[in-house]
Design a protein around this ligand. Sequence first.
Ligand code: NAD
Ligand code: WQD
Length: 352
Amino acid sequence: MPKPTILVTGGAGYIGSHTTLELLLAGFTVVIVDNLCNSSVAVVRRLRELAGPEAPELHFIQADILDRSALDKAFAAHQPHAVIHFAGLKAVGESTRDPLTYYDVNVGGSIQLIRAMQKAGCHRLVFSSSASVYGSTPKIQPIPEHLAPSPSIASPYGKTKAHVEDLLQDWVASDAQVGVTLLRYFNPIGAHPSGQIGEDPKGTPNNLMPYLAQVATQTRPYLPVFGDSYATSDGTCIRDYLHVVDLALGHLAALRDLQLGVCEAYNLGTGCGTSVLELIHLMSETVGRELPYRILPMRPGDVKELRADPSKAQAKLGWVAHRTVKEMCEDTWKWRTLNPHGYETTGNAHEH
Ligand code: NAD
Ligand code: WQD
């Protein structure tokens, strides 16, 4: 029997594209709904190529999740069995400058999506949440799921994730026929080992790895390191980096496990910590030269250390992040060298 259809909002984006590929390879038909505000339609052709001719269909609908009638049409046309909801805005700094837009898209968009699901009788949802729901003063490392939501969430971005988690909890409490899984990602980096899909931020990257990758390709002269006087072994912040392919596979595990009448949260991370200087060192080793960096003042709102306790995902979903930080560096480097200008490299970023 063919596997059911999964609707993936934000499926043209970084994590959504890697997850869509794994869904196709596992035999699911996929419908992407994405307004391309932070992605390129070129990813759709690459996904079809990577999935191969035997893969089920991949449909692409360019639409905004705030556009309820477009969502209703997509649900009516494809009758998805479940939704994986990636679409949203994710720049922490921008969310502080323009909080209303973040609430509008991340919270308002999620409400429109849930209403469209209700109307279509679609009962299963996997939501992209974030380690940012643990706030800026997590008391325990590695962090277990029950510490969220924290009252110390620093940014409007992080607060939108906590609000959507709350509203999904309430939705499930109101209707035993729906089931939701909240996946709290730690720091996804890396790219598909083919080098054909990867992270392609527009403008100056906000996050460490995409910035470092642009230093590696000499698009930027040096990496600004935000602070070296934290109480860590080398003074720089520690994060739990996980390979985006491991993260993508976590969504398949979540879909397999999803139960109606339950809203369950899982950390997706490795449980291991890597400092900023350690990541620079591993990336330098990968590239074959010392990547330049400069120590700058601390970035406001940064947390000294963030590490997942991933044992719940292992025990309940059977999911473990296997790929090493070195593989994350190697795959990022392959993606950047094959696509120094991201999806614009081929000159056909706007083709369907
Ligand atoms: P991304 O920006 O690459 O992907 C998001 C996709 O959603 C993009 O393709 C964008 O065009 C689309 N989109 C945005 N607003 C939309 C709208 N109104 N309607 C339709 N499509 C819209 O980001 P990503 O890194 O792939 O993140 C995916 C999800 O995971 C986001 O919800 C993000 O908050 C969450 N998340 C990301 C990280 C991370 O470090 N990348 C960590 C934790 C959580
Ligand atoms: C990692 C470390 C920086 C850039 C953010 C969001 C979080 C989640 C993942 C979406 C920190 C340092 C960074 C640079 C640097 N996203 N750094 N120079 O801050 O852990 O998490 O992205 O949900 O919600 O808050 O990730 O990659 O920005 O930073 O020194 O140019 O790298 O200070 O210690 P972060 P990051």
